[in-house]
Design a protein around this ligand. Sequence first.
Ligand code: ATP
Length: 215
Amino acid sequence: MEIIGIFGGTFNPIHNGHLVLAQTVLDTLHCTQIRVIPAAVPPHKQTPAVTAQHRAAMVQLAIKGHPKLVLDTCELDRQGTSYTIETLHLLRQRFPSQALCLMMGQDSYQKLPTWRRWLELLDYSHLLVVHRADREKTLFLHPEHEGKLVDIAAAPEAFAAQANGLISFLPITPPDISSTRIRERLSRNDETVTSEIPQKVFSYIEQNRLYKTVD
Ligand code: ATP
């Protein structure tokens, strides 16, 4: 079965940690494509001062030249909070016979029980979690929750055999980069960020005078 990767985030801005994560998942799972989906109104973060249109434009620039990374603006096209469960519902309709794989860093995974209808995520998709440098190391595991059995720590290779329902951990640690730290440095005109974001994204930020203040 083909595997389609789903990579949601605020991407405020997109950085090289995101790109390493996506490339590693592509190489490991041999996904047909990874859909990179900026959240318009992220449920767990303050609404970013930088518009979703700007954040999506930066994603588009960053993935140019990566034919298997595809910008998906579905969360920009609908009103209200950008809940992942609604996005998965939509993608399942669009891709009825492929395996879907939602990927995330360990920091996101640990907050999963706060996500809207989080247990249902696995009814639509697999879940692939990667380690995140410098974050708490305890992983939240939920083999059985509310009577629902989840297949923990399946080998990622198993993802192609069924359409949804497995959780796996990818033993990689992408570079220790975060959008928060990039925004802080940009607000101080610290150009060392150029080693952590694609050059085209940096140029876009400069041209549009983004991140001049910390928010
Ligand atoms: P912020 O610092 O603003 O919270 P962020 O750097 O965490 O942003 P997001 O766009 O929120 O970026 O991240 C989207 C997804 O990518 C999340 O699941 C997050 O865990 C993961 N991620 C981001 N950066 C890394 C990284 N360096 N290593 C591993 N996972 C990462």
